[in-house]
Design a binder for this molecule. Structure first.
Ligand code: SF4
Length: 438
């Protein structure tokens, strides 16, 4: 049984720490000793799971003060070109592996960092190079993340002709004072200009990213941001609640100055997201997860999110990227120099990994699935041979007692409150690692 003691206690003020659950088992259990197992998985037979590709571009114009990703801000065109050539080379190394060879990519995701940091010429060379190893003409979704101030109309048109189907624009907020206070590189005028180019280019799917509770946010500024987002009519909106991981500029500065980061507390941030969910649903959007709303659920899907959350294989390219192949989790070298050394020497740049047990894979799909607010337990039972409603009966009872979930076999549905704080509900399903040799 799982040990749930105190694990779901998110403090009422935003304390430093990470609460967002992005994978399972947690990254602190991944280790270098598993690299031979990752390599063996690549050398083994392919699975029947869907296959996706993630390419990480670790460059940004400026480091946001809340950012905890591996990003580089002071780079030359030569640095970028060397890195993108390494991505192409890594793709060729991976595509030659038996577990991946000749498989069709169902989705592709360019993330970062800032993929739109690349120039048109660099993008064309990168996409052309990746295509030599992986065809994605049949992919159901090709997502490309953009920072407004890095775009130009020719670049947006180039993204369309390079086959991107989903453009995700990192808006975060429309208030220039807030954008500046949080270290964002762009201002609101750049958002509006970029959105017009994106709209004119006619992508099948457009997304706007927002963050609830940036430093300086007030109820008034948040509501203005939501109204401005609605006016742009994106196909989907993604809203994250601001958190303060330890390795951010905000937390480091506060530590040195002996103070705290005055970011709104969790109930306030949830109330803001709740308000946004109301406004978007009034405008015809549907809630698609704890973080996303879509304008037309019949037309707009998140292949990347849904396939990844349902256990797809994911080839990860680039520094510090996370992947999953043949039932094994892995991560690439976390520093650019080490990543380049490995790839340029013709080696897969894998630095750590973990082979989850089958039960851990089930827990992974359960907790990630719950983030959608509606968990298909029937699918999990068919896939893993275990009925999650029976196996975690005590946890479902506790969630129902809190009024945040309801069992409706073969589903579990979260209430609005549950979906707003879904990450705080998930650790109760986490378990201690199995004994060595199990
Ligand atoms: S744009 Fe994104 S990746 Fe780049 S510094 Fe800001 S939060 Fe980090």
């Amino acid at each position: 049984m799982s040990d749930t003691a105190d694990r779901d206690a998110i403090p009422a003020t935003t304390q430093p720490g990470s609460y967002f659950v992005s994978n399972y088992p947690p990254f602190d259990r991944w280790h270098a000793g598993a690299v031979p197992e990752v390599l063996a998985a690549f050398a083994g037979p392919p699975t029947a799971e869907a296959l996706g590709l993630y390419a990480h571009i670790p460059y940004c114009r400026k480091r946001c003060k809340f950012c905890y990703f591996r990003v580089y801000t002071d780079v030359t065109a030569g640095d970028v070109e060397r890195y993108t050539e390494a991505l192409v080379r890594e793709a060729a190394l991976v595509a030659a592996q038996p577990a991946v060879r000749d498989r069709i990519l169902r989705y592709v995701y360019f993330g970062g960092g800032t993929p739109s940091f690349l120039s048109v010429r660099q993008l064309e060379r990168l996409v052309d190079g990746l295509h030599r190893s992986f065809g994605w003409d049949d992919a159901e979704e090709v997502t490309f993340e953009c920072e407004p101030g890095t775009l130009s109309e020719p670049k947006v048109r180039a993204l369309k002709s390079l086959g991107m189907t989903r453009i995700s624009l990192g808006v975060e907020n429309f208030d220039d004072v807030i954008l500046e206070a949080n270290g964002r590189a762009h201002l609101s005028a750049e958002i509006l200009r970029a959105w017009e180019w994106i709209r004119r280019a006619g992508f099948p799917n457009t997304n706007i990213d927002l963050i609830a509770g940036m430093l300086g946010e007030t109820t008034e500024s948040w509501q203005a941001t939501i109204e401005k987002t609605l006016a742009l009519e994106p196909d989907s909106v993604t809203i994250y609640q601001m958190e303060l991981p330890f390795n951010t500029v905000f937390v480091r500065d506060a530590k040195h100055g002996g103070g705290t980061v005055p970011v709104a507390d969790w109930p306030t941030k949830r109330a803001w997201v709740d308000w946004a969910f109301d406004r978007f649903t009034q405008a015809g959007y549907a809630i698609s997860s704890g973080y996303t709303l879509v304008r037309d659920p019949a037309r707009v899907h998140f292949r990347y999110r849904d396939m990844l959350w349902e256990g797809s294989d994911l080839v990860a390219l680039g520094v510090a990227s996370f992947g999953h192949v043949g039932g094994v989790h892995y991560q690439n070298e976390t520093h650019q120099a080490d990543y380049l050394d490995a790839v340029e020497a013709g080696r897969l740049p894998i630095v750590r990994g973990l082979r989850p047990t089958r039960r851990e894979l089930l827990i992974r799909e359960l907790v990630l699935g719950l983030k959608r607010g509606r968990l298909d337990t029937g699918r999990l039972e068919r896939k893993f041979g275990i009925d999650p409603l029976v196996e975690w009966a005590r946890e479902w009872e506790s969630l129902e007692a809190e009024g945040v979930a309801e069992r409706r076999p073969p589903e579990v549905r979260l209430s609005r409150e549950g979906i707003l704080r879904v990450d705080s509900l998930l650790p109760r399903f986490f378990e201690a690692p199995p004994p060595v040799g199990a």
